[in-house]
Design a protein around this ligand. Structure first.
Ligand code: FES
Length: 94
């Protein structure tokens, strides 16, 4: 589930890389945000709300809300919609 063609944006998708999400190995591209790689793998729940534990996913997708906060390589509260995917990253819900 990736946008392959867009009227004004260009997606190069040059290099496929692997990363870990919740202990499972997934594939993505080095030029895409972490959240985009997760959505492409059909993972839409990125976190749960603190108080009511409601599922959270993409909302603004430009780094202006807190809907996509995840723990990346042990660092909490990473905005995965604006953080580039890197080889071997360990991504977890928080
Ligand atoms: S979806 Fe809003 S900051 Fe990432």
């Amino acid at each position: 589930m990736r946008i392959q063609k867009h009227p004004i944006l260009e997606f190069k998708h040059e290099k496929k890389i692997t990363f870990t999400f919740q202990g499972n190995e997934l594939e993505g591209y080095n030029d895409e945000p972490i959240a985009a790689a997760l959505v492409a793998a059909d993972i839409k729940v990125l976190s749960y709300s603190r108080k009511l534990k409601r599922p959270r996913g993409f909302f603004c997708a430009i780094g202006k809300c807190s809907s996509c906060l995840m723990t990346v390589n042990g660092i909490p509260n990473v905005r995965t919609c604006v953080t580039r995917l890197e080889e071997g990253m360990v991504v977890e819900r928080q």
